[in-house]
Ligand binder design. Sequence first.
Ligand code: G16
Length: 553
Amino acid sequence: DSDAPIEKAIEKAYHDWPRADTKGKPFQYGTAGFRMRADLLPSVLFTVGILASLRSRKLNSNTIGVMITASHNPAEDNGVKLVDPMGEMLDQDWEYWATGLSNQSDGELLRNSYMHTANKFNVDEAKEARVIFARDTRPSGDILVKALIAGLEATGTKYIDFGIATTPQLHYLVRATNTQNQAQPYGEVSIEGYYKKMSKAFAQAMIYSTPRGSISVDCANGVGAPKLKELVKYLPSDKLRINVINDNIDDPEILNKQCGADFVKTSQVAPPNLNIKAYDRWASLDGDADRIIYWFQSEGGIFRMLDGDRIATLAASFIGELVKKSGLEEQIKLAVVQTAYANGAATKYVERVLGLKVDFTPTGVKHLHHAAARYDIGVYFEANGHGTVLFSERALKQISKHEPQSPAQLEALDTLKALTNLINQTVGDALSDLLLVEVVLAHKEWTVEDWLGTYTDMPNKLAKVYVNDRGNFRTIKGTAERQLESPPGMQDRLNDIMRKYKEGRCFVRASGTEDAVRVYGEASEVYDCEDMVGKVTELIASQASRDIEPYLY
Ligand code: G16
């Protein structure tokens, strides 16, 4: 009914939030939602509010989450991602409809698009719609919150603003909200509840161990800094000392600038101007604290990285040992999920040394998460440090009902139980992953050097190429982005290049968060790897001129 109050309110509110002029380029729900230069985003936030209302009504008034962040991107960008009721990423079937709503260029078209979406999903407008949201520290968050609220109010949605939070905290809050009246609530519905749950689990996991030394955390000058400081107040001080570094959130320009997880991972150097002692443990978070990379410097200031692959192998080996020591080996199976960016040496280590199955998915935690959920315990991490460990309902039941047969089994079981609460089950969470790594290193009595010594990374390199239309770079479904289908003939040329290098492997894919094409390569020698990635980069750059502004992702 086009005269119904919601439809009318949407059309009216559109005048305050008209679609930005993107010179013919469409908005697109990408790897992690909409992401672009912040000044183009207000209308998108308005339509995201509308979509969130539809999704909540469709799902019987369960609460939907909206997170306003551009994570690892530079300060001038912003973005938005939607969170489904159990804290997982938005159902991928709905991305198309989110994209559709965002691209309407007048109020009437938007109203029609809304009605079309509501009809498609048979949404009952009489049902209550509920949304909660949060944002990172970017100043552009203020206006984007206003735009989001306009969409929520036009659709008569009840909402709660949780202010500034990390992305994983918002995911936690969504799940906690939707399970609060169930037999097993996920946790208290507050950010304090998140700290309480995590710190209690950490204390339990550390009953039998104590970490050596302290950990310094580069917070990318983002939201992770104040939130980590808050978390520290809840942690047992005799168990862990955390130094919070790069915590300046008052200067928006320096967010993610020469610091943070993405910088460290891609440039393979430490952030400048830090006081780094050889072999001290360091970690870097990204701008919304959902990724973490560990690193250290050895003698002579040589940078050593312990990335997402390393966290996955560390977690999988430790959790596997706990399952075995608890006497649950027969009942509970583990698997690891990676993307094509996983270092070949990491994959080999998981398969050959840990003896576990490895699944591959395209980039984006939304893909890895679903794959990991198919296993009793699914460990998933992208090499860039984004990941977590999922415990299935079945595994949780086995763990809770298991009767330990010896003090050693009891100890392992207690630690395993603590990990099920310590690890964020909704999404990759840098703060939770930080504590997980600290627990494992303490239990194994490992230094960062011991951890690095488990296997030797293949030399690798990640590069970015700016092209005219990155949409031309499409990968073949089912290849986990390893093979290009377009531009035509490009994959053959890549194969010709790769063939020249010992153990050369290289792939090219369009980023879903930046206006660029990414090139990843690895080979058995550093020089070969550099040379190969250089050649591929040149090939792509020579094919593609760049004549438009790199602003719309
Ligand atoms: C997001 C996604 C990650 C993905 C990364 C890069 O991270 O959540 O899963 O690996 O973007 O994606 P792409 O290569 O498509 O640009 P974040 O931390 O920026 O939200």
